[in-house]
Design a protein around this ligand. Structure first.
Ligand code: ATP
Length: 326
């Protein structure tokens, strides 16, 4: 039995989590779901966005399935990633038939470092009107994430790993990341490797995304390019992610609580469902994950989608269409 902490959180997090459960329940897997609270509503109710009981439950679980947190995201999901030491954030961006997007045949996996960089939150007000932020990049952190990216490429039969940095300006922090990348790449001669400056890479991503396969980068750059990559293939409604550490794993869609559409029942459940597929693969249920993915692809290609993908179905209706095909 795998013990899964389920945290729907705020806004559309709750809607897409309920929809995903309809699909997961169809698979009859040995999962025990423990539902816990966190986010803006938890803050109002308990005075803490990430209540102690929720964190304790996460630490006892084999995986956390997370929906979305609103204003309190930094105190909830960013904190959870740090507490559970999930150093690798995996964000695939893949094009689907039937989804209107800029390009076809995009299949990129972004491997984002998840515990260092500017998101450590070391920010200070030095004096009136003067603020500073500390960017922490360590050799150990770089080695761990770069190795993870090459191992992922090897295991998934991918051809190339590209590092993104800005080592010409941030000579120490990005310089260390680039140097470690180049050292580790030598251990994987069968996998092509190269590195780009982050700004140039953004242009290449928009003009020629097929030149990318696996991307590895530091925390903040990874956050930004993964939204960019999601935009290339049909938006946040289709973007899943996994946070992986040595002991723990957190699975969450890239999108947030989407207050603009929350409560309307029109959020696309695909990102959350694909996120659940990443969890299935993590536990070795590869066939089940593939079944769900192909059911989802079928539903999308038939145009049975939520409005963000041009359809007219509600969140639950789309999930039921997917579940029906499993
Ligand atoms: P938060 O502060 O919680 O991150 P946000 O609005 O800043 O919220 P997102 O929640 O990621 O950021 O939403 C960005 C945009 O993408 C919004 O217009 C939202 O409606 C849209 N969006 C995000 N997720 C989905 C989804 N699952 N289905 C449809 N549209 C979505």
């Amino acid at each position: 039995m795998h013990r899964i902490t389920v945290i729907p959180g705020d806004g559309i997090g709750k809607e897409v989590m309920d929809a995903t459960m309809i699909v997961l329940e169809k698979l009859n897997l040995p999962f025990e779901y423990i539902w816990m609270e966190a986010g803006d509503e938890a803050l109002k109710k308990y005075g803490k966005a990430l209540p102690d009981e929720t964190l304790e439950e996460c630490l006892k679980s084999d995986a956390v399935l997370f929906g979305a947190a609103g204003e309190t995201a930094a105190d909830v999901i960013v904190k959870l990633r740090f507490e559970l030491k999930t150093f690798a954030n995996i964000r695939p961006a893949k094009s689907y038939k039937g989804v209107k997007s800029l390009y076809e045949n995009v299949d990129i996996v972004i491997v984002r470092e998840n515990t260092e960089c500017l998101y450590k939150g070391l920010e200070f007000e030095v004096s009136e009107g003067v603020t500073e932020s500390i960017r922490v990049i360590t050799r150990k952190g770089c080695e761990r994430i770069v190795k993870y990216a090459f191992e992922l490429a090897k295991n998934e039969g991918r051809r190339k790993v590209t590092a993104l940095h800005k080592a010409n300006v941030m000579k120490k922090t990005c310089g260390l990341f680039r140097d470690v990348f180049r050292e580790i790449a030598k251990n994987y001669p069968e996998i092509e490797s190269n590195d780009y400056y982050i700004d140039a890479a953004c242009m290449y991503l928009v003009m020629d995304p097929q030149r990318f396969d696996v991307i590895v980068t530091t925390n903040m750059f990874g956050d930004i390019v993964s939204d960019l990559a999601a935009g290339l293939v049909g938006g946040l409604g289709l973007a899943p992610s996994a946070n992986i550490g040595e002991k723990y794993a957190i699975f969450e869609p890239v999108h947030g609580s989407a207050p603009d559409i929350a409560g309307k029942g029109i959020a696309n459940p695909s990102a959350m469902i694909l996120t659940a597929c990443m969890m299935l693969k993590h536990f070795g249920y590869l066939d089940e994950a593939r079944k769900v993915e192909s059911a989802l692809e079928e539903v999308i290609s038939e145009g049975k989608t939520t409005p963000d993908l041009g359809g007219s179905l509600k969140t639950m209706e789309m999930a039921k269409e997917i579940a029906k095909r499993i």
